[in-house]
Design a protein around this ligand. Structure first.
Ligand code: ARG
Length: 463
């Protein structure tokens, strides 16, 4: 493509080193879409005739069929997806193919293709996040009557509805995933670099607004500076950042499930479809799906760091370093998409089994003394200042602990021994259910609150 100025060929090693077609061929649809819009504009300003535009269109139809059928021959000596497709087009239709690149550079071409690719990828990720949100909402509505300990510092803290915890996951997937992908989607299709040429603009009187208004590209407005247009990758950062955020949340959810499915907790059992056995220990059921999600998170966050690092030292404008943006984005989005789908499978009705009896036994053991909050709350309602109530309750916990008993075993005698203000009627207030039900404020774990949120989510997800 640039043979005029050169007398030698690139070294074979250099060819392999610099090619990107082995992976950027994924951009082929967007490359053709961008070229079709560009050709239409070239025809409008008289660079291409009607006839030539027609040839270009039918050439791209043939190429599309060839690629879809796996018959297109990708050549590494043609370096990237753009030159492979243009070269094939010229082979098929001759001179009209050679005119297509008039005023365009691969610099604005690749930025355009990649923006469109990121736009549809972000959309796909958003849909996958929504499917996981649906699943979590379903599981939550089935678990409105199960109480689990909520932990702070990994110590039992407060009893909550299992539904409340599942909806906490739903919020994570919404905030860190769905809405982050929505943002990345808009960030990609808001701006169009096409027409910026190599870096200074286009010498021919194209109208960049026409790409969106007339020629059907999804990118809405021309970027107002051609130098910026070919050198920036803000949209790629936004997309990989969204992936890193989403993965970080999926990783935390995975960590909970890994703990919860251990013999120590035993709160849930994950189905055969998402667990694996051990080659040596026949008794094992390993939560590999969750571990892999947790493991892949480091990889995806790494891609974000890689992309930032690629960009940080670049002089204006386009530099070949930018070719390194693609693998980061491809792999980050591939992994995140797979993880969203696997996580939805983990939470499916078939694979997410709640061990209600085991959870109840664990709560009945009295470990962690979560009932203590009932005492502190009750004292406040009797007019005792909270700090004094905290102290009295602390002494009661110490008493219970020293006797090796549970809150459920306390008698009126015990209460009186610890403090005069602990009246016998308190014994009726000690259940975990009572504690859950007192969390009636907005966003609290009382059943009515959780049900109200569930309803909101169901209505929103149906839209
Ligand atoms: N394959 C290149 C990339 O991904 C396309 C742009 C090449 N531009 C150039 N001036 N060499 O960035």
């Amino acid at each position: 493509m640039w043979s005029g100025r050169f007398s030698g060929k690139p070294d074979k090693l250099m060819q392999e080193f610099s090619q990107s077609v082995s992976y950027d061929q994924r951009l082929w649809r967007e490359d053709i879409q961008g070229s079709l819009a560009y050709a239409a504009e070239l025809q409008r300003i008289g660079i291409l005739t009607e006839q030539e535009l027609g040839d270009i269109r039918s050439g791209f139809e043939t190429i599309t069929k060839e690629i879809e059928a796996g018959k297109f021959e990708w050549k590494i000596e043609l370096e990237d997806v753009h030159m492979n497709i243009e070269s094939r087009l010229t082979e098929l239709i001759g001179d009209a193919g050679k005119k297509l690149h008039t005023g365009r550079s691969r610099n604005d071409q690749v930025a355009t293709d990649f923006r469109m690719w990121c736009h549809s990828r972000a959309n796909e990720l958003q849909r996958a996040a929504e499917a996981l949100m649906d699943t979590l909402v379903e599981r939550a509505s089935e678990n409105l009557d199960v109480i689990v300990p909520a932990y702070t510092h990994l110590q039992r803290a407060m009893p909550v509805l299992l539904a409340h915890q599942l909806l906490a996951y739903e919020e994570m997937v919404t905030k860190a995933g769905q809405s982050a992908f929505h943002h990345a989607c808009n960030s990609a299709n808001m701006w169009n670099p096409l027409g910026s040429g190599a870096c200074a603009g286009n010498s021919f009187p194209i109208n960049q607004w026409a790409f969106y208004d007339k020629h059907g590209l999804p990118l809405e407005q021309p970027i107002p500076n051609s130098m910026f247009a070919v050198s920036e990758r803000e949209f790629a950062l936004d997309l990989v950042f969204a992936c890193a955020k989403c993965m970080t949340s999926l990783s935390r959810i995975s960590e909970d499930l890994i703990l919860w499915s251990s013999s120590e907790f035993g709160f849930v059992t994950l189905g055969d479809a998402v667990t694996t056995g051990s080659s040596i220990m026949p008794q094992k059921r390993n939560p590999d799906a969750c571990e892999l999600i947790r493991g892949k998170t480091g990889r995806v966050v790494g891609h974000l760091m890689a992309l930032f690092t690629t960009l940080k030292g670049l002089p204006m404008t386009y530099n070949r370093d930018l070719q390194e943006d693609k693998e980061a984005v491809f792999d980050a989005t591939d992994q995140t998409l797979a993880c969203l789908r696997v996580m939805a499978l983990v939470f499916s009705k078939e694979n997410f089994h709640v061990n209600r009896e085991r959870i109840r036994q664990q709560l009945d053991s009295g470990a962690g003394y979560m009932e203590a909050m009932n005492v502190a709350d009750w004292l406040v309602n009797q007019g005792v200042p909270f700090r004094d109530g905290h102290d009295i309750t602390g002494r009661l916990v110490k008493y219970v602990e020293s006797k090796g008993m549970r809150f459920a075993d306390l008698t009126a005698e015990d209460l009186k021994t610890v403090d005069e203000r602990l009246k016998p009627e308190l014994l009726n207030e000690l259940s975990l259910e009572a504690l859950v039900e007192r969390k009636q404020v907005y966003a609290g774990t009382a059943r009515a609150q959780v049900e109200a949120r569930l309803k909101e989510l169901k209505d929103w997800l149906k839209e």
